[in-house]
Design a binder for this molecule. Structure first.
Ligand code: SAH
Length: 472
């Protein structure tokens, strides 16, 4: 260990920054954030300093007297002689000194910080590779939500209450672990601190009460795991049971906790492995057993996902739940196909519909759909494609309106076929398409010629398979 990590209290103490450029300004800002009284010395100051309240700017060359009374000093000039002088003089006075990008002249270094105040995490490579330290911080930033600051403060507030009630330290540790792993922490993270506090106090009263479970209804996006949200990933790694269907890609299912029970509830077209009511009941039963249940759905749970129905049942049973939006197919799939859904020259509006056939017909507002300068995105539309195209033309859209079908968008098996309302049904017949497929109709489809950017490597096709592996 080359440096001892410590956190220094500089509140109300004088800290000196030597330098007037952007880097000096950045350092001065961090000191200000930590509550220091900041003095900056430089012959000239960059625009960043101007109009920045709280920093006393002294427009002079550095003199040794500037160090008087300083609790610490940072040198950030581009003049190595000055940096050297600051370092030497500070050491002579036992003032901790940092010279930016010059570990040899430092008695302390400034880490890359992840601020979830009061929770602070510092990363340092001891000056060996600040970029690496920042990259590591980036990775952790995604795993530790912003709300952790609030969570830490919540724990601080209730610490004494818990301590008074549970006097046995190991028991207290287990109690806190349960709080931080379970529904109480989740309540704080979604902003319901009052609810969280009531629940914590309730559990303190009845310490042996069984932990109640909860359900996370999470949108997994259209398939590429990189399109998951931070919150989705966090809950995926927390849940005891995972209930998923065949729109969720295999690599995403693999990212759930290794020891979690995984339940496939299918839902292929016309072949429901489990009826919707059974899924609703399953979620209720599992959470009543005290489990943390992840209901993982393709795309966004509230867009043609029946997420609303599942949540209604949970709400009726008083079960805790939270809902995490996902990137819906219209957004993710069109983007990976290089088709912007709106564009000033082609479409000022965009409409999402389901093309699911009921008794052989589609119950859609054709007049609203067959409008110029509008993009139509059709979910579940492949089987009704012929009806769809015929109705749109029948209601006034030109037969040469561009249209595309995207198969398994965002995944390694992505294919995009384009045509027009007049030609697409025939093209679709001859191509062997694999579900899921999304249909995009409108002038924006022509932009793909210029904007196609995602060209999956077919040799890796198996990596992107969907969990159900159904055919269209
Ligand atoms: N809740 C989901 C949609 C469920 S309906 C969402 O927000 O995306 C299922 C339909 O979504 C499929 O029939 C298909 O039309 C579309 N879909 C979902 N993922 C897709 C993908 N990766 N590629 C193409 N279409 C997709």
């Amino acid at each position: 260990m080359d440096f001892l990590p410590i956190f220094v209290n500089v509140k109300g103490r004088l800290c000196l920054v030597v330098g007037g450029g952007e880097v000096a300004h950045r350092k001065a800002s961090v000191l200000l954030d930590a509550g220091a009284v900041v003095k900056a010395v430089a012959p000239e100051f960059s625009g960043a300093f101007a109009g920045f309240p709280g920093i006393e700017c002294i427009a002079e060359h550095f003199q040794h007297s500037h160090l008087e009374g300083a609790a610490l000093v940072i040198a950030a000039t581009d003049d190595s002689a000055v940096n050297q002088d600051v370092s030497q003089q500070a050491r002579a006075r036992s003032i901790p000194v940092n010279v930016v990008d010059n570990p040899d002249l430092c008695t302390f270094i400034i880490p890359s910080i992840m601020d979830r105040s009061p929770l602070m995490v510092a990363f340092s490579s001891g000056g060996a590779s600040p970029v690496l330290a920042r990259m590591l911080r980036g990775k952790l930033e995604s795993m530790i939500p912003q709300g952790y600051g609030r969570l830490t403060a919540f724990c601080a507030r209730l610490r004494d209450t818990v301590k008074a009630r549970i006097t046995n330290p190991p028991m207290r540790r287990i109690f806190w672990e349960n709080v931080l792993e379970g529904a109480i922490a989740e309540k704080v993270l979604v902003g319901d601190e009052a609810g969280a506090e009531a629940m914590l106090l309730g559990q303190l009263e009845n310490e042996n009460a069984k932990q109640c479970g909860e359900v996370y209804l999470v949108g997994a996006g259209p398939g590429d795991p990189d399109l998951l949200t931070f919150r989705a990933l966090r809950l995926m790694q927390k849940a005891d049971v995972v209930v998923y269907d065949n729109l969720v890609s295999k690599p995403i299912v693999e990212m759930t906790r290794r020891d979690a029970t995984r339940i496939f509830v299918g839902k292929k077209r016309g072949n429901h492995t489990m009826a919707q009511e059974e899924i609703n009941e399953l979620l209720v039963r599992l959470s009543k057993e005290g489990k943390r249940v992840l209901r993982l759905k393709g795309g966004d749970p509230f867009i043609f996902g029946r997420g609303g129905e599942e949540i209604e049942t949970l709400a009726e049973h008083g079960i805790l739940f939270q809902i995490v939006p996902g990137i819906t197919a219209a957004s993710g799939v069109s983007t990976y196909a290089g088709i912007p859904l709106t564009h000033r020259d082609f479409a000022q509006s965009c409409i999402f519909v389901t093309g699911h056939l009921k008794d052989g017909s589609m119950n859609l507002d054709w007049d609203a759909l067959a409008r110029p300068n509008q993009t139509i995105v059709v979910y579940m539309g492949l089987h009704g494609l012929e009806t769809l195209c015929a109705e749109l033309v029948g209601h006034g859209l030109p037969g040469n309106t561009p249209a595309a079908i995207v198969q398994q968008g965002t995944l390694q098996n992505q294919r995009v076929i384009t045509g027009t309302l007049a030609t697409l049904p025939n093209i679709a017949q001859t191509e062997k398409l694999q579900a899921p497929t999304l249909i995009i109709i409108g002038g924006v489809v022509t932009l793909r010629e210029k904007l196609a950017w995602f060209n999956p490597d077919k040799s890796e096709a198996s990596a992107g398979e969907l969990s159900g592996g159904q055919s269209a």
